[in-house]
Each structure stands twice: as structure tokens, then as C-alpha cells.
Write a protein that binds this ligand. Structure first.
Ligand SMILES: *[C@@H]1O[C@H](CO)[C@@H](O)[C@H](O)[C@H]1NC(C)=O
Ligand SMILES: *[C@@H]1O[C@H](CO)[C@@H](O)[C@H](O)[C@H]1NC(C)=O
Ligand SMILES: *[C@@H]1O[C@H](CO)[C@@H](O)[C@H](O)[C@H]1NC(C)=O
Ligand SMILES: *[C@@H]1O[C@H](CO)[C@@H](O)[C@H](O)[C@H]1NC(C)=O
Length: 437
């Protein structure tokens, strides 16, 4: 009998400590989250890691800026006690977009249940889509104060699509799907913002080479070593393409991709002669315009723009005594490094200027983002020909985005860009990933 008060008080303490940790967890609301972003050297795709399922599994997935949603392979190796397929016609299904009511004749399991809803996960690298179950599962993600990762937080019911093993073809080795950051109800930026009631805003800093870059969700600051806060971004409206240009879409669906209004392209302040109509989004077909993409390793231009752009660059390079050498695929113009100085912003080559809403809002591209080293003494203009019938006239690709901080504010429809961080004496690989949790 004498021991019972001790047991009682120990139990009481245990209960108190349990309830205080759980209430602390509930009251912690992150202001921002982060994901690491790395570059796969063989496919030149960018990848991130989503910690998903019960028990948690680090799922390596391709980072797809314009993608509609997260999709992962559910055919192979998807094991989770918290996997839930929502019933068809439920609120989750309608949030995810138009969908049917599925019947599945394979063995029951993740990706195969009856009376659930299905949609069309798409591999945006190969433009192949397939049918797949819409599902919910837990995701665990690090919060951030802008300088370091902080406490890990959980999203119990993140919506994603179940893809299939064959859909992984063409993606970086080891990846099991794609993380869509596009403008859609179930794009990851919208789901993260909804889970913690923060702004529908995110920023991406793609690494070059083997470094580890970062994506921030929610509010800044964005701080890189050695203690450099990236602010004062130049902004331009984000444009909505009213017609989806995906392989799989439903009539009337808007594009989930991010477009900006490039009005002219210049090289060393001289305008490249291009058909201005191509720079506008055609509201009937969704063709034309300029979008930003992380699944294109280099900027892609419609053939007439590409030819005019390449000729203008070659002319300006010649004026600086830069010697042209034989072209190396997939590029259109290559040069000897012999007469080219190396500077902090990369090779000293003619500057490329993307003019936006007015003549003084300009995205300037310097050597580090324009020239690709293909051998010890040859560099190539890192832009490629998208063909005469390119759906989008200019697709600003990964190489041109590396070591630039770009921000997407979905509530105000503003796009912000830092221009090269090399000019601010830091890089996208300089985020301090030491956790302070
Ligand atoms: C779904 O229903 C069909 C028809 O009743 C049945 O043949 C099939 O086995 C069911 N599938 C699953 C995964 O339960
Ligand atoms: C984030 O937290 C770390 C550790 O507490 C601190 O050193 C740093 O100054 C904080 N950064 C910001 C931007 O508040
Ligand atoms: C290019 O080379 C020519 C002849 O060698 C020289 O006269 C000229 O100054 C050079 N131009 C530049 C921009 O270096
Ligand atoms: C990274 O952050 C940690 C935690 O705040 C700090 O102790 C460490 O000094 C930082 N690293 C550098 C290189 O500043």
C-alpha cells in the first residue's frame, strides 16, 4: 500500500509530460517549410525527397515546378498502414479535379481499390500519362525559420496520385515519382499552405553541379551562408495559361504551369528580331508564351526564335573576338574559351536580357547561366531548338535558373527573381542544412 502514492505520482507526472508534449506539438505552427533539391548528373533532372507513409519512407522524386500534383509508383514497394483511398465523389476527389469511380480487378492494395476515384498521373519528362488512384497518406517535412531547418511537422492527409512502375521510365535513377509544384488545388505549394495556414507562396533555388539546393514554402526570409539574406527580388506578373498543354487534361482545364510575360529578348542591349505573336499565349490553343520549367535542362526556344537568338549571339561574340568552333549537340553554337575571360559571374560573354513588362524590368543572364562547358576549352550557348511547332515558344530551363532564387506568389500572382546569387557572393548550395530543432 505504501508504494501506491509513488506509483500514482509517477503516473501523474507521465500524464502531465505526455499532455504537455502533445499540446506543444499542436501549438507549433510553422511559418515555412523546406525541401532539399539536388541535381541528377546523368539526366540533369532536379530531385527532392518527400518523407511519406507509415512507417516513414524517404521517397526520392523528380522536382517538377509546373506539375499538377505529387505522384508516386504504387505498384512496387508501396507499404503503409496510413494509406487511404478516398471514396469516389468525396470532397477529396473533387478537390483533386474531375475523376471517375474506379473498379480494380488486380489484388487489392495501394493503387487498387474499388469505389475510389482515379485520375491521370503524368510523367512530364516523357509526356506519358496513365490512370491512377487518388490517395491520401501522411507526409513529414522540416519547417524552417529561413536560415536553418527546424522542427519536423506532419501533414496527416496529403493528397497524391498513384502512378505505376512503367511511368518512371525516363526519370532519374532511384526516383519513384514526381513532386508537382504547379498552380493547382493539390499542387504541393497549395497543400502545404492549406495545412498550416500560411501564404500560398514558395521559392526555389536550384543548385548547379553536385550541391544541395533548397525550396522554401511559405514566407521568407531566405538566408544563405555566410548570413546573406536574399531580398529585393525583381517582380513580374505570373500569367495564367487558360488552356492546359499537358498530355492528359480535361477540357476547360487551366494550365498548372508558370508563365511570365517576356516581351523582347536582347543580347548586349540589342533586340533580337522575333515574331512578337509567338511571345503571347494564344487563349484558344494554349500555345505560345514563356514558361518556367525544371524538367527541361536547358532553355528551349521555338525554331524561329532560336535561330534569330543564336545568330545574334554569334555576331556579338564575334565582335568580342570569341572564336566559334564546331557545334556540339544538343546546342546550336559553341566557342573556344581562348579569348574568354572567367569572371565571378561565369565566362565573360555577351549578356542575354529577357525584357518583361517594361524596358526597365529585365532578367539578365550572365555566363554562368548561359554557357555550358562541354570540354576543357569549348563552351556552348546553353539553349536548344524546340522545333517549329513548339507548344510553348520559350521554356526557361534548369540551367538558366541555377543559383538564382525564384519566388512564386500564388495569392498575388507575382513572380520574383534575384538574378544570379553569384553576384551576391553566395550560391543556392549555401543553405545551412544543420537542423536547429
Ligand atoms: C472490385 O469489384 C469487382 C466487381 O465486384 C471485383 O471483381 C473485384 O475483385 C473488386 N476489386 C477489389 C480490389 O476489391
Ligand atoms: C533561425 O534559428 C537559428 C537558431 O536558433 C538562429 O541562429 C537564426 O538566426 C534564425 N534565423 C532567423 C532568420 O530568424
Ligand atoms: C579583336 O581583334 C582585332 C584584331 O586582332 C583587334 O584589332 C580588336 O581590338 C579586337 N577586339 C576586341 C573587342 O578585343
Ligand atoms: C549552421 O547552423 C548551425 C546551427 O545554427 C551553426 O551552429 C553553424 O555554425 C552554421 N554553419 C555555418 C557554416 O555557419
Amino acid at each position: 500500500m505504501a508504494s501506491s502514492p509513488i506509483i500514482f505520482s509517477a503516473l501523474l507526472l507521465f500524464i502531465i509530460s505526455l499532455s504537455s508534449t502533445s499540446s506543444a506539438q499542436q501549438s507549433f505552427r510553422p511559418k515555412a517549410l523546406l525541401l532539399p533539391v539536388t541535381k541528377d548528373q546523368s539526366t540533369l533532372q532536379y530531385t527532392t525527397v518527400i518523407n511519406q507513409r507509415t512507417p516513414l519512407v524517404p521517397a526520392s522524386v523528380v522536382f517538377d515546378l509546373g506539375g499538377r500534383q505529387l505522384w508516386v509508383d504504387c505498384d512496387k514497394g508501396y507499404v503503409s498502414t496510413s494509406y487511404q483511398p478516398p471514396r469516389c465523389n468525396s470532397a477529396v476527389c473533387s478537390r483533386a479535379g474531375p475523376s471517375g469511380c474506379d473498379v480494380c480487378y488486380s489484388p487489392r492494395g495501394p493503387g487498387c481499390n474499388n469505389n475510389t476515384c482515379g485520375s491521370l498521373p503524368e510523367n512530364t519528362v516523357t509526356d506519358i500519362a496513365t490512370s491512377g488512384e487518388i490517395a491520401l497518406d501522411v507526409v513529414s517535412i522540416q519547417s524552417t525559420n529561413g536560415s536553418n531547418p527546424g522542427r519536423v511537422v506532419q501533414i496527416p492527409n496529403l493528397i497524391f496520385f498513384c502512378g505505376r512502375t512503367f511511368l518512371l521510365q525516363g526519370l532519374a535513377r532511384g526516383t519513384v515519382g514526381m513532386a508537382g509544384m504547379g498552380r493547382h488545388n493539390i499542387g504541393l505549394p497549395s497543400q502545404f499552405a492549406a495545412a498550416f495556414s500560411f501564404n500560398r507562396k514558395f521559392a526555389v533555388c536550384l543548385p548547379s553541379g553536385g550541391g544541395r539546393g533548397v525550396a522554401f514554402f511559405g514566407n521568407g526570409p531566405y538566408v544563405f551562408l555566410p548570413g546573406i539574406e536574399i531580398s529585393g527580388l525583381t517582380t513580374t506578373p505570373l500569367l495564367i495559361n487558360p488552356v492546359s498543354i499537358d498530355t492528359a487534361y480535361t477540357p476547360g482545364e487551366k494550365s498548372s504551369e508558370y508563365f511570365i510575360g517576356v516581351t523582347a529578348i536582347k543580347i548586349t542591349e540589342k533586340a533580337v528580331p522575333i515574331n512578337a505573336a509567338l511571345l503571347k499565349i494564344n487563349g484558344d490553343t494554349g500555345f505560345g508564351g514563356t514558361k518556367i520549367s525544371t524538367v527541361n535542362p536547358y532553355t528551349v526556344m521555338q525554331t524561329s526564335i532560336f535561330n534569330a537568338f543564336t545568330s545574334a549571339f554569334v555576331r556579338e561574340a564575334a565582335a568580342r573576338n570569341i572564336t566559334r568552333v564546331s557545334t556540339v549537340a544538343p546546342f546550336g553554337a559553341c566557342f573556344s574559351t581562348k579569348n574568354v575571360a572567367a569572371t565571378r559571374l561565369g565566362y565573360a560573354v555577351p549578356e542575354i536580357q529577357l525584357v518583361l513588362q517594361s524596358n526597365d524590368v529585365v532578367w539578365r543572364i550572365f555566363g554562368a547561366n548561359s554557357m555550358v562547358s562541354v570540354s576543357d576549352d569549348v563552351i556552348c550557348l546553353g539553349f536548344v531548338d524546340g522545333g517549329v511547332n513548339a507548344r510553348t515558344s520559350v521554356v526557361i530551363g534548369g540551367y538558366q535558373l541555377e543559383n538564382n532564387l525564384i519566388e512564386f506568389d500564388l495569392a498575388t500572382n507575382r513572380f520574383g527573381f534575384s538574378s544570379t546569387l553569384l553576384g551576391r557572393r553566395t550560391t543556392c548550395s549555401n543553405f545551412n542544412f544543420t537542423s536547429t530543432a
